[in-house]
Ligand binder design. Structure first.
Ligand SMILES: [Zn+2]
Ligand SMILES: [Zn+2]
Length: 659
């Protein structure tokens, strides 16, 4: 009996196409169908509309029945994720089916065998044991979100390792997904996992080779991959029998995907758990305000691990008031911080300097005429990189060699580097600590994971005295000999007026502090700040996180900002400034929002990054109560405005970036 079915394809469309199946196929079956001049994968999504005569329809080529069909709950999640993020279902399906030849077996062999008897879990403290028990009891009991909130070094990982082991033991089919913010940086994590479990998890991120990606996808879909450790895209894979999702460092901003389909992987993880009836564990030492609020509202169950494991104590935080501190001319590390570094090194301890700026200097200008080097395609200064050496745009691929004369006035030797980047700190440290062993850890000095791992290993072996780095250094690394952390510009993240500026700065500085004194030595953290009275600095100094979170929450409530309301950003981009501006005004003037009691509209305004990769950009921000159907309203709005094809309109639900 021939059957007409709707096949959803991995493309940018919200609907499928009709095909003829030679025999009945289950909903969710993965198939190959002819499309255009070639062939594509697709999923049986429903009954066909049958509005074409069967003779006109193309047949399904292959039913890939060695992979189980996508479950109803997972298909609902795909549709829901498309609706929530104002994206096409086909675009979400593209993340579910990110490979093309799914049957092909390649040379890559994954070792997915799991021997439960090989587990060597760490002994847990009483507090850890209690937390693990609670999470273990949740396996197989349906949807629940747990916020595992524990200070850095409290052993959160060992707690959820216990729960992963429990899930694996409970049912030989159970699979577990662990999301990490930046999987490339997780070498230490993977080593630790292997040590405890006796096998390596299947790893999923954008840097794995196509052959490995295919083998991993197949193992995940067939249920052979029992534990998957992945970046945000791993959330959309077709697990055969997912039993638990862990989102580690749940507060991390990199869970928000900002290109292509804009979505927040943590929020999608919670949604997938809800729809597939699974427990979700969110893990952090500095939870996002949203998760903190959800725990306070008892939507999430909160488990706290308040003390450091192994009796290591929390580091002491010190403030260096940069309005008063002595500092050499043309330098960025104050005298008091220099002394702390020198003393620690003299004692054989390791130190770290943090500055969230790559390169040598964020700006170069001419001292004669004031010319500033700017990217021709972006609203951004060119950053001086001395190691290359060149001036680079950090938003696109533009760069120029460092000129010897000013291109504007022709003056020779007039160019001046303004402000510090990590390369400049390196020079400065080498000058006042000439014998110290200094290393830099920034995403551009680490061209490969190998190099990154080498630096981490060297630090671990005690072969580095001063490690200088950007925020990649704040994430989860464990350095036993680290005693002093210096934050060169603690105020940096507070500039810019971002909704989450204070929260993010607090999280970053707190995480950084957590790197110090994780073992026997007492850690000390020195914050160089021009705003020592700022609530963020005060909270760090007093160690009173609760007071800080409460104050932030109250401020958000007064401003009627998330999590007390919802935001959606509309970003309009195009090569012609007038059509971009005109479209932005059309959005603002649309009857869908004008006079609406449901929403407040901000803008249109030129975006802070007014020009990006040669495109002009305008932004609008919509704020609505939590009871408003924001997605329906956005769809109605897009329909009313009908933006011209010369501009691109991006919708960002729950925006994290306001650039
Ligand atoms: Zn000049
Ligand atoms: Zn640029």
């Amino acid at each position: 009996v021939k059957q007409v079915v709707e096949i959803l394809l991995p493309n940018a469309l919200n609907h499928g196409f009709d095909y003829v199946a030679a025999q009945p196929l289950p909903l969710g079956a993965i198939v190959s169908v002819p499309f255009g001049k070639g062939e594509t994968l697709g999923v049986v999504w429903g009954e066909g509309k049958a509005n074409l005569p069967p003779g006109k329809l193309k047949p399904i080529n292959i039913h890939h029945d060695q992979f189980p069909p996508l479950s109803e709950a997972f298909r609902s999640f795909i549709s829901w994720a498309a609706w929530y993020n104002a994206a096409a279902s086909g675009a979400i399906l593209k993340m579910v089916l990110p490979i093309s030849e799914i049957d092909k077996t390649g040379r890559v062999q994954l070792h997915t065998a799991v021997d439960i008897s090989q587990l060597q879990l760490a002994p847990l403290s009483q507090a850890q044991e209690q937390a693990a028990q609670h999470m273990n009891n949740g396996i197989g009991k349906g949807f629940a979100v747990t916020l595992l909130d524990g200070v850095t070094g409290s052993g959160k990982t060992e707690v959820y390792f216990d729960t992963i082991a429990h899930a694996l033991k409970k049912d030989p089919g159970n699979q577990v997904l662990v999301l990490l913010p930046e999987i490339g940086l997780s070498v230490q994590f993977l080593a630790r996992f292997e040590k405890r479990f006796g096998f390596a998890p299947v790893v999923w991120h954008s840097e794995i080779t196509p052959a490995k990606k295919r083998a991993s996808w197949q193992a995940i879909a067939r249920g052979e991959a029992r534990v998957v450790v992945g970046a945000r895209s791993a959330l959309f894979l077709p697990y055969k029998q997912l039993s638990l999702i862990v989102v580690d460092e749940e507060h991390d901003a990199s869970y928000k995907q900002e290109d292509g389909i804009i979505y927040h992987a943590r929020d999608m993880a919670v949604a997938r758990g809800r729809m597939e009836k699974l427990p979700v564990v969110l893990v952090s030492a500095t939870p996002s305000l949203e998760s903190y609020h959800n725990a306070r509202q008892q939507r999430y169950h909160e488990l706290s691990l308040p003390v450091r494991h192994n009796e290591a104590s929390m580091p002491t935080i010190h403030m260096i008031d940069m309005r008063k501190a002595l500092i050499e001319k043309q330098s960025f590390i104050s005298r008091p911080l220099r002394e702390q570094l020198a003393n620690a090194i003299a004692k054989g301890q390791q130190t770290m300097l943090f500055l969230n700026r790559r390169g040598y200097a964020p700006l170069m200008l001419c001292r004669v005429c004031g010319h500033r080097f700017q990217c021709p395609d972006c609203s951004a200064w060119l950053v001086l990189h001395k190691s290359r050496p060149r001036l680079e745009c950090h938003h696109c691929n533009y760069f120029i060699p460092v000129p010897s004369a000013c291109p504007s006035c022709g003056a020779e030797d007039s160019l001046h580097a303004c402000g510090p980047g990590v390369e400049r700190l390196f020079d400065e440290v080498k000058e006042f600590l000439p014998t110290a062993r200094v290393a830099v850890m920034a995403s551009d000095s680490m061209t490969s994971y190998r190099e990154l791992q080498d630096t981490i290993d060297a630090m671990g072996r005690g072969e580095v005295d001063v490690l200088i780095g950007t925020q990649m250094m704040a994430k989860g690394h464990h350095f036993a000999g680290l005693a002093v952390v210096g934050v060169v510009d603690a105020d940096l993240g507070l500039a810019g007026g971002d909704l989450r500026a204070a929260e993010r700065t607090y999280q970053l500085l707190h995480q950084l502090s957590g790197r110090a004194g994780r073992e026997v030595v007492q850690g000390h953290v020195f914050l160089q700040s021009f705003l020592p009275e700022h609530p963020v600095m005060a909270a760090l100094l007093s160690g009173d996180r609760e007071a800080f979170m409460q104050a932030e929450l109250t401020a958000r409530q007064h401003a009627h900002m998330p999590p007390f309301s919802r935001l959606a950003a509309i970003i309009i981009e195009g090569e012609k400034e007038d059509s971009v501006a005109k479209t932005a005004r059309a959005f603002a003037g649309s009857p869908v929002v004008v006079g609406s009691k449901q929403v407040e509209l901000y803008g249109p305004a030129p975006a802070p990054l007014f020009m990006l990769r040669g495109k002009f950009r305008y932004r609008l921000l919509l704020k609505a109560g939590r009871n408003v159907n924001l997605q329906a309203l956005l769809a109605q709005w897009m329909e009313a405005v009908k933006p011209p094809s010369s501009v691109r309109v991006k919708l960002d639900i729950d925006p994290q970036s306001f650039l």
